[in-house]
Design a protein around this ligand. Sequence first.
Ligand SMILES: [Mg+2]
Length: 253
Amino acid sequence: MTREAANPMPCSSDIESAAKVEAKRIAASFASIDTFVFDLDNTLYPASSDLWPEIDDRITLFMIRLFGLDSLSLRALQKHYYLRYGTTLRGLMTEHGVDAEVYLSYVHDIDRSSLAPDHTLAAAIAALPGRKLILTNGSRDHALKTARQLGIDHLFEDVFDIIAADFIAKPDEGAYARFFDKHAVEPRRAALFEDIARNLVVPHLRGMTTVLVTPPKGEEREREAWELSHGAEPHVDFVAENLAAFLESIPSR
Ligand SMILES: [Mg+2]
């Protein structure tokens, strides 16, 4: 009987050497990275927080007021927009002429007080060797308020939001092209941290180092099945279950 068959659990030395291999891989991949780009929602704050469900509910409420349909039909319509246009907003603008500013201020009018300041994450972001930017499908105002609540707003050079992207949302390649242009980002020297795997496809093609931020095991319940990924896709270079811990593992220069 082989050792594996007798004891299928990895022993501590296996785990240690796997961790060493991963640390080497991180050091090699990040050696030439000088721009660190972060998605906002469910990336800079945990997917287990009640923020995203609150925004999601506000989106549904906006649509109930607009269409007067029952919430189940609206849920289906909202997902259709999200999958077809990247955001519900683009679907509403394209198909119904909805005013973007009215929509954005309505859906982001949420209570952020449940979000605790994240000092560990703040220290890890501050220590990164390069520029830091936020790239979000939400609004700049929402990103700034949320980052302020987390105690990390002062660490970012700027926020590139859905208005700056001319309402072209991730994962559309036009969103990234506008972002690279506006902030003079060289994708091959940049890394993207993001919780939705399909938003990493174009960045990976453009040469960015991609990190999928996943909820810790057992905390995936708030996500739709299509949003979930275990990081096995070829466009995912790294998987981070704990964003701060991952950032701490990037060597300083
Ligand atoms: Mg996100």
